[in-house]
Ligand binder design. Sequence first.
Ligand SMILES: Nc1ncnc2c1ncn2[C@@H]1O[C@H](COP(=O)(O)OP(=O)(O)OP(=O)(O)O)[C@@H](O)[C@H]1O
Ligand SMILES: Nc1nc2c(ncn2[C@@H]2O[C@H](COP(=O)(O)O)[C@@H](O)[C@H]2O)c(=O)[nH]1
Length: 204
Amino acid sequence: MCERGLLIVLSGPSGVGKGTVRKALFSQPDINLHYSISVTTRKPREGEVDGVDYFFKTREEFEQMIRENKLLEWAEYVGNYYGTPIDYVEKTLQEGKDVFLEIEVQGALQVRKAFPEGLFIFLAPPSLSELKKRIVTRGTESEELINNRMKAAREELEMMDAYDYVVENDKVELACERIKAIVTAEHCKRERVAQRYKKMLEVE
Ligand SMILES: Nc1ncnc2c1ncn2[C@@H]1O[C@H](COP(=O)(O)OP(=O)(O)OP(=O)(O)O)[C@@H](O)[C@H]1O
Ligand SMILES: Nc1nc2c(ncn2[C@@H]2O[C@H](COP(=O)(O)O)[C@@H](O)[C@H]2O)c(=O)[nH]1
């Protein structure tokens, strides 16, 4: 029987750079993580592709997924639904592969309840003014939505203590290296624990 994979959750306020860091991480050749594509009712941004960036759904379709227990977690964030399809996560972990979720804070806290053995990483901005600058510079949100996301960000930043690690995204390459080091250390720790139990069972 193969060991279950590790569930890694990267979370943090909108605009901190979760997507940028995740893409940089996944572009590295030595990375063996599996990205879970979320479902959302948000309209696609320019260049976003259904089934690659998100599975784009109507509110009715999303609510049906909730009723049918197809989501590991879901949240309504600044007027839209976002959720993680449970089947992909379960199947991939079962195959012994690591799954990577990039989700907001309410959802991460739900996943923590369902998967306390997961690895929870909070990506933090160098400052609130830099966070605002990043959302504004991205140019995807109206002024009203930027203000709503900044309001949510203040509440989300208060939740960082609920995570296993806080990683500052000052520079994308540095944030990637920190996340890689955390994942490697977590694997080593789990391997040591597994070996200890194996030996214990051999002796008894
Ligand atoms: N370390 C960094 N330094 C400067 N700019 C950055 C850094 N990381 C990301 N950015 C920029 O900040 C903006 C927001 O990044 P990104 O879209 O990855 O954030 P996000 O956390 O995924 O946002 P959301 O949660 O809204 O999807 C982008 O324009 C990106 O290029
Ligand atoms: N709870 C969940 N949050 C998710 C999921 N997928 C993405 N997100 C987060 O939503 C906000 C807004 O995303 P955006 O693409 O509209 O900028 C951001 O923090 C994402 O990380 C999910 O499945 N569940």
